[in-house]
Design a protein around this ligand. Structure first.
Ligand code: CTP
Ligand code: MG
Length: 227
């Protein structure tokens, strides 16, 4: 089965406190989103990349990559899940129901081809799919107010990254059925709610999401390390 990439890029980046959405901030000579899309395109794993962009976004049409023949633009939605569903719909008639879709945040520009291929190789024979994830190095506490009520067994807790890899038809149906549910903060949670148990694949710790101002310098550092 073929693989397609979906990139939600319609957020405003509130926590970044910048003058524009974080996907358009400069990083190592390009914008964040150009790094993200280049890494997906250059991996050679995908037929095309569907990108969800806000209808009010003045920055996207200015980028050359918006005209790339393997880049498809879709309108962004209110929440991340709405943006992902919109981008999936833009692949209608192109992607087969059983093709794989890898959903990857525009705000994760340090993704490596190594992780993309590891994920696809690990999950391509799985009936559901799964996500890149990281274990926690810190001891984890369950807290009520500011009181610790338990220490959580770390072997059962993983941090969800992207890409999140699922079958095209199954993911579209899951996101449609869970539309508007605020508990759906990633693709896996939509499938979990329907009773599926997606897999985890251990990813690289440099696949960070740019969320707060200090993350840009960290992304720059990781890119220099990768080069
Ligand atoms: N995203 C999206 N559509 C939305 C909200 C988010 O496509 N309605 C995208 C963002 O552009 C980002 C990814 O989802 O690439 C991960 O979301 P997050 O890191 O939360 O980005 P923002 O929502 O932009 O940031 P913030 O929550 O700080 O406002
Ligand atoms: Mg957000």
């Amino acid at each position: 089965h073929l693989c397609w990439a979906v990139v939600p890029a319609a957020g405003v980046g509130k926590r970044m406190l910048a003058d524009r959405p974080k996907q358009y901030l400069p990083l190592a000579g390009k914008t964040v989103i150009e790094h993200t899309l280049n890494r997906l395109l250059q991996s050679g794993a995908f037929q095309a990349v569907a990108v969800a962009i806000s209808l009010e976004d003045p920055y996207w049409p200015e980028l050359d990559i918006a005209k790339h023949p393997e880049v498809i633009t879709a309108p962004g939605g209110k929440e991340r899940a709405d943006s992902v569903l919109s981008a999936l719909k833009a692949l209608e008639g192109k992607a087969d129901e059983n093709d794989w879709v890898l959903v990857h945040d525009a705000a994760r520009p340090c993704l490596t081809a190594e992780d993309i291929h590891l994920q696809i190789d690990s999950l391509k024979n799985d009936p559901v799919g799964g996500i890149l994830a990281l274990s926690s190095h810190d001891t984890l506490k369950h807290v009520d107010g500011n009181s610790i009520t338990a220490t959580i067994d770390r072997k059962h807790v993983w941090r969800a990254l992207t890409p999140q890899m699922f079958k095209y038809g199954m993911l579209r149906d899951a996101l449609q059925q869970t539309e508007g549910n605020p508990a759906i903060t990633d693709e896996a949670s939509a499938l979990e709610l329907l009773g599926f148990q997606p897999k985890i694949v251990e990813g690289r710790p440099d696949n960070i999401k740019i969320t707060r101002p200090e993350d840009l310098a960290l992304a720059q550092f990781y890119m220099e390390q990768q080069a």
